[in-house]
Design a protein around this ligand. Structure first.
Ligand SMILES: NC(=O)c1ccc[n+]([C@@H]2O[C@H](COP(=O)([O-])OP(=O)(O)OC[C@H]3O[C@@H](n4cnc5c(N)ncnc54)[C@H](O)[C@@H]3O)[C@@H](O)[C@H]2O)c1
Length: 337
């Protein structure tokens, strides 16, 4: 390994830009290669962030470039094969969420990663968000007492341009779904992580109200029931105008916690007093802390907050939710992962 981890970015679209930027602020790690089937995108990012080798083909990059890790930011249906190819080369991977398009593929990735002892992290960066991290800590240290129910509200605004820029977002085969898997899965991940209880069953409904010629839902409303009886209500949409803050509310026997991501991420405790909780790493943004967490996992063997297997409960819930929306019935959540 060289003096700094050599990272190859694969998929140089929307999210890869801030990742490349924040990696420049991260000691012990640098982006040395950019790969995108659209070479213009790879070249643009390389030029913007200090240069590096540029590839239009992932396998070619794996064969020709000396790398220590991969950051994967491609459409969901490509995650599984590309993570497996990186693992085959012995390369740790930080993949964008969801780990894979399907739960079965996600379980396979977690198994291979653990069997080979090669880290695969999933960039559910809200775990590194100041307010979400504090929310989880206050559940774990008993500040709120037993949690009876929770509410997630994600009311985002997307225009037709969102689907024009990334046509894969329209397709169930490529994206796996719409607002639920792409956006709300961040918050489902945080709530399941904080509450710790296994999800049991889901009632879900989805709607395609806003966009034309788009297969995936723009709105998803439903509830998850956990094994301890706690209920989580989810409202997720990309049809809100104007966009609203993301909120998570937890209602416990001793008090209430309200998380909001705007104007800046914060957590408000109501009915209880508790010491402030700081996130585990310093950084300018949750994404930055997530990158640093991945770096520390590789260099110092410090635990990353979302290793592959830890990302599976959220994907299991998302799949059960879509089954429920299809069947109109309560659907059990897969727990064998
Ligand atoms: N963590 C977050 O907050 C966050 C935010 C946005 C997106 N994401 C995730 O990041 C991933 C990418 O999303 P995006 O919004 O950046 O999409 P995007 O469409 O903007 O970018 C995807 C890029 O992948 C490239 N690509 C497609 N096939 C490829 C291949 N075979 N080899 C190399 N490159 C290929 C495309 O040309 C495109 O440039 C998704 O998993 C998405 O859910 C995460």
């Amino acid at each position: 390994m060289s003096d700094a981890l050599r990272l190859g970015i694969v998929g140089c679209g929307s999210i890869a830009d801030p990742i490349a930027k924040l990696t420049r602020l991260t000691r012990g790690m640098r982006v040395t290669a950019y790969c995108d089937v659209n070479l213009e995108c790879a070249n643009r990012l390389a030029t913007k962030y200090g240069g590096g080798a540029v590839f239009g083909n992932f396998i070619e990059m794996l064969e020709k470039e000396a790398l220590d890790a991969i950051y994967l930011a491609v459409p969901h249906h490509l995650h599984y094969t590309m993570i497996c190819e990186a693992l085959e080369k012995g390369l740790p991977t930080l993949t964008e969420k969801p780990i894979t398009r399907t739960l079965a593929e996600g379980i396979a990735v977690a198994n291979i990663s653990e069997e080979k002892g090669i880290p695969v992290g999933v960039n559910y960066q809200y775990r590194y968000d100041r307010g979400c991290y504090a929310l989880a800590q206050h559940v774990w240290n008993g500040t709120l007492g037993r949690i009876f129910y929770a509410r997630i509200n994600l009311a985002w605004h997307r225009e037709d341009a969102y689907f024009k820029h990334s046509a894969w977002h329209k397709s169930i085969a490529q994206a796996g779904g719409g607002t639920l898997i792409t956006q709300a899965s961040h918050l489902i991940d945080v709530v399941l992580w904080a509450l710790g209880a296994t999800p049991k069953f889901v009632y879900g409904q989805t709607a395609k109200n806003r966009f034309k010629d788009v297969e995936v839902e723009d709105t998803a409303l439903g509830t998850i029931t956990l094994e301890d009886g706690c209920m989580v209500q989810i409202a997720s949409s990309m049809a809100a105008t104007p966009e609203q803050a993301v909120t998570i509310e937890l209602y416990g026997e001793k008090g209430t916690a309200i998380y909001s991501d705007k104007p800046r991420p914060y957590l408000r405790l109501i009915g209880v007093n508790a010491q402030r909780v700081a996130p585990p790493l310093v950084g300018v943004h949750a994404l930055h802390r997530s990158i640093k967490g991945f770096r520390n996992w590789l260099l110092k063997d410090e635990p990353y907050l979302t290793p592959a297997r830890a990302s599976l409960p959220a994907l299991a819930v998302v799949e059960a939710f879509y089954r429920s929306a299809e069947s109109g019935m309560r659907e059990w959540v897969e727990t064998d992962y």
